[in-house]
Design a protein around this ligand. Sequence first.
Ligand code: AMP
Length: 222
Amino acid sequence: MKKPKNPDIAGADHRLVFLGPPGSGKGTQARLLATRRGLTHISTGVILRAEIKAETPVGLKARKYIVTGRLVPDEMIRSLAEDAVRDANFSKFILDGYPRTIQQAQWLCEFLDAQDASLTAVIQLMIDEDDVVMRLSQRRIHSLTGENFHLSNKPPPEEEAEFMVSRPDDQPDAIRKRLKVYYRETHPLIEYYDAQGLLLPVQALGSFSEVHAQIRSTLQIP
Ligand code: AMP
């Protein structure tokens, strides 16, 4: 297995992947770190939901996979993710939700390699399954801004209540399906990245700011 070309994770250029089961808070944490450190946040889930909303051909195809908690086919997501990484000039980005399969990880590696770049670290957010179900069933999204809320941890402002919606894939059946899919398809990436010396595990339980602080200290980002 290849060793990272750039093991200096304290360096200025971060090319990061956030890994973790649905409900681990990876989207929120990736967005927070990206905003605070001027990195580009690339969420394939956000990209796909935008495609669905715009009723593009990809969106129309992706919808049936997403609402039932399945992964969209690898080929469907590959160019969307690669376009976003290219738009970020191959640097200073956090990939959130990509790669999700070994195939996608291999494509990403080849894609970066062709630019003589490589990932600098992979953050693994760790959380128990029971906590996942609890978190996801309480997640709400602002239908206009896309901001995430949580009924107990980050309650939405009362005056915004009418805009709060649950994601269709946060219904109990879809949550269980997504978890199964995560352990079957995505969990193997942990070993894959560990073997490359890139994996940095972080406990995902705790307040948003505690987990954020933990991620920064793990990445040695002041
Ligand atoms: P997320 O917002 O990251 O939880 O993604 C929501 C849904 O989008 C997932 O449950 C998948 O159906 C789909 N999706 C997002 N990223 C990928 C990916 N890299 N590969 C396959 N499906 C994806």
